[in-house]
Design a protein around this ligand. Structure first.
Ligand SMILES: [Zn+2]
Length: 204
């Protein structure tokens, strides 16, 4: 004999060898004790499952028969009236199915969000930005702080645009945000001169 277990949205059903459970506790519906042979790493502590055969839902699971049966009995004992046990199990299984759906939905939303974040981060590293970064070995052109490629460093105009600087590669350098803000519309030499108090030789 075997019983089907519903393992979740997008996974479907899994069939395990089983035997039907008899006795007062389990007679209200068709329950099976199933033996899980190869769930392996996903569920290392599950060898036995008690399954509601009609809904393919697991109502108890464990390393031993006693553990699986014990869990199932706990669930069944929660039902206030013996004559309602069948309906109780049905509702409990429906609730579990809903929780699984909710889990799957949450997982999907989370995956979508991380995907979007990853795409946005990747988009930020355009070829031009990467080239500017590499130009100064990933260091701030002014203070030589090590920059993080995905971080918030600026592509800086050595000669400010307001003073005739271009957007061409030879006028662009990587700069940490503080240096860029502090430098303002000054040239590199004017900025470093002020920052260090020394006259800096112009660098082409
Ligand atoms: Zn800097």
């Amino acid at each position: 004999m075997s019983v089907q277990i519903f393992t979740g949205e997008g996974e479907g059903f899994y069939s395990v060898p089983s035997k039907r459970l008899m006795g007062p506790t389990f007679n209200c519906r068709e329950f099976h004790l199933g033996i899980v042979l190869d769930w392996g790493a996903s569920f290392p502590f599950v060898r036995y499952v008690v399954v509601d055969a009609l809904s393919a839902t697991v109502i108890g699971a464990g390393e031993s028969k006693a553990e699986a049966l014990g869990q199932a009995r706990i669930l069944l004992r929660q039902c206030p009236r013996a004559d309602l046990l069948d309906i109780f199990v049905q509702q409990e299984c429906a609730a579990n199915a809903w929780r699984r759906e909710e889990d799957a939905r949450l997982k999907a939303v989370t995956a979508e969000a991380s995907d979007l974040i990853e795409k946005t981060r990747n988009r930020q590293i355009s070829k031009k930005r990467q080239a500017v970064f590499d130009l100064n070995n990933g260091k701030c052109f002014y203070c030589e702080a090590v920059l993080e490629i995905r971080g918030g460093w600026h592509v800086e105009h050595k000669l400010p645009k307001s003073r005739g600087g271009t957007d061409l590669a030879d006028n662009l350098v990587p700069s940490c945000a503080p240096c860029n803000y502090a430098k303002g519309t000054r040239t590199r030499e004017e900025y470093l001169e002020q920052a260090t108090g020394n006259k800096i030789k112009a660098v082409k």
